[in-house]
Write a protein that binds this ligand. Structure first.
Ligand SMILES: [Zn+2]
Length: 293
């Protein structure tokens, strides 16, 4: 079933400034996983896994100290503190005003959750879940707000056939989902398309599955999916499991799985041409130091 999800309702809690800042920065690049199976531990460990990916150190910027106190400037219509911009590993994205999650919960927002990194505590569930546009699913409030902005922008450009197919999933939900995958396709294949319980970004309330009109049969080639791949970062989302990225992410391409990391980190990755959260999560967390909590 399709839902017309284009008309986003502007939430009172979303400041116009943040929205304007996100929308004003320069345009596109691309950057999904399904809930994993609950494999017995031994079986899970035996599944083929990519080599751990080192987190690249941030580039050093000469003159950062001297630049402190420099004047402000504008980039894409957004007023930026030039010293912060020059010295931050996020580059120009550091000038964006931090969202609530960026300022107050960076360790949660920037958590790397994959086959090797579990959600902690294992039964964690966010307390601010709200309904997502057009369906029965939920995510954290800031995620829902930014998804509304994304859907509204997509609709303005005629991309009205995007459908929210999943949001928050509890530890128990994920366990059931993953067991279904194992029964349907076997443990090996299931490990590439579904996360075991406790290892899904959906449990964070920060992941949304957003498909084109063909649903999970879509392969990234519809106008809707191409729009999302090119624009998700403007709203703080990553296409988390990019095409060809299985060796890095451990998962097959999922054009629909969007992970919310906030506009600063998503823009930072986009501007650096970095497609993988595995390589950027640490940089994002470092950049969060010094933000008002
Ligand atoms: Zn997903």
């Amino acid at each position: 079933m399709e839902h017309e999800v284009g008309r986003a309702h502007a939430r009172a809690t979303m400041t116009a400034f943040v929205a304007a800042a996100v929308l004003a920065l320069p345009q596109p690049g691309p950057s999904g996983g399904e809930p994993a199976p609950t494999l017995p531990a031994a079986q899970h460990a035996a599944a083929a896994r990519p080599e751990p990916v080192a987190i690249a150190p941030p580039p050093t910027t000469p003159g950062c100290g001297a630049a402190a106190g420099a004047a402000q400037g504008t980039v894409g219509g957004v007023l930026l503190d030039l010293a912060r911009v020059m010295c931050s590993p996020l580059g120009p994205a550091a000038g964006l005003p931090p969202t609530t999650l960026e300022a107050q919960e960076p360790e949660r927002l920037y958590a790397l959750v994959d086959a090797d990194h579990a959600v902690r505590p294992a039964r964690y569930a966010p307390e601010d879940l709200v309904p997502l546009a057009g369906g029965p699913y939920e995510a954290r409030e800031e995620v829902a707000e930014h998804l509304d902005l994304l859907l509204a922008a997509a609709a303005e450009e005629g991309r009205t056939r995007l459908v929210v197919q999943s949001g928050f999933r509890s530890y128990a939900d994920q366990a059931g989902s993953h067991e279904d995958w194992v029964r349907r396709v076997g443990a090996d294949r299931a490990a590439k398309v579904s996360a075991p319980a406790g290892h899904s970004e959906h449990q964070l309330g920060l992941a949304v599955d957003l498909t084109g009109p063909c649903g999970f049969a879509c392969t990234g080639d519809t106008p809707e999916e191409r729009w999302v791949a090119a624009n998700a970062h403007r709203f703080g989302f990553l296409v988390r499991y990019p095409e060809g990225g299985e060796k890095v992410t451990g998962y097959a391409y999922e054009p629909w799985h969007l992970r919310y990391v906030g506009p600063r980190a998503a823009w930072g990755m986009h501007l650096r041409g970095e497609a993988y959260w595995e390589r950027f999560a640490g940089i994002a967390l470092e950049s969060a130091e010094g933000l008002p909590g």
